[in-house]
Ligand binder design. Structure first.
Ligand code: 5GP
Length: 189
């Protein structure tokens, strides 16, 4: 997605160790016009699917996911990173966070993810695929079907994409990054 590549080159900040900061338009301050374009691109790429729900994980997946939900007029469920005291029936799994270097329990209510649901997962980044595989596990526990996963930015030098493809998951990444160094960003051609 050219618009997104241009924005990453203009406003993204890359660091040694393979971290990309996009805080000025995705992860902290958000650009709703760019987000709308991102959502439209996801809608186009998944237009062959007959899904009934979008699933994401808090916090940064929520903005793109809700705009996809708005475009398709479908509900959006976000996986929570802390279990609310009031939540009764839920599915839970563990996810290791690349950026925070810790493992945490994530959960989703069995009221909002059910057998018979056909979902796509939307998130901001695909790095090692831990968040995505955690969500895949929750979808499986619920007896629902996962039709595909869409990421705004894929860091193709990390193992996430291959881990998801190995499990037979369809992956749609709007931008794929080949390499990130101090102030240098290379995209997959
Ligand atoms: P994974 O679970 O695929 O290893 O990592 C995905 C999650 O880690 C994303 O949801 C995102 O929040 C975070 N993440 C991974 N790499 C980066 C990065 O380079 N920049 C930012 N901003 N977040 C990242």
């Amino acid at each position: 997605m050219e618009l997104l590549k241009e924005r990453i080159l203009k406003d993204g900040k890359s660091f040694d160790g393979g971290i990309l900061k996009v805080d000025s338009f995705i992860n902290h301050q958000m650009d709703p016009v760019l987000m709308k374009n991102i959502a439209n691109e996801f809608v186009k790429r998944f237009s062959d699917l007959n899904i009934n729900k979008i699933i994401t994980i808090e916090a940064s997946g929520i903005a793109p996911a809700i705009l996809v939900g708005l475009a398709l007029e479908l509900p959006v469920v976000f996986v929570k990173k802390t279990k609310p005291k009031t939540m009764e029936g839920f599915y839970t799994t563990q996810v290791y966070s690349f950026t925070k270097d810790k493992t945490y329990d994530v959960c989703v209510s069995n009221q909002y993810l059910n057998e018979g649901d056909n979902v796509i997962f939307i998130d901001d980044f695909l790095a090692n695929g831990n968040a995505a595989l955690g969500v895949k596990d929750l979808v499986k526990q619920a007896g629902a079907n996962l039709s595909g996963m869409g990421f705004i930015i894929e860091k193709s030098f990390q193992e996430g994409r291959d881990r998801l493809l190995d499990k037979g998951i369809r992956v749609e990444s709007l931008v794929r990054i080949e390499w990130l160094g101090e102030n240098s960003i290379e995209f997959v051609e």
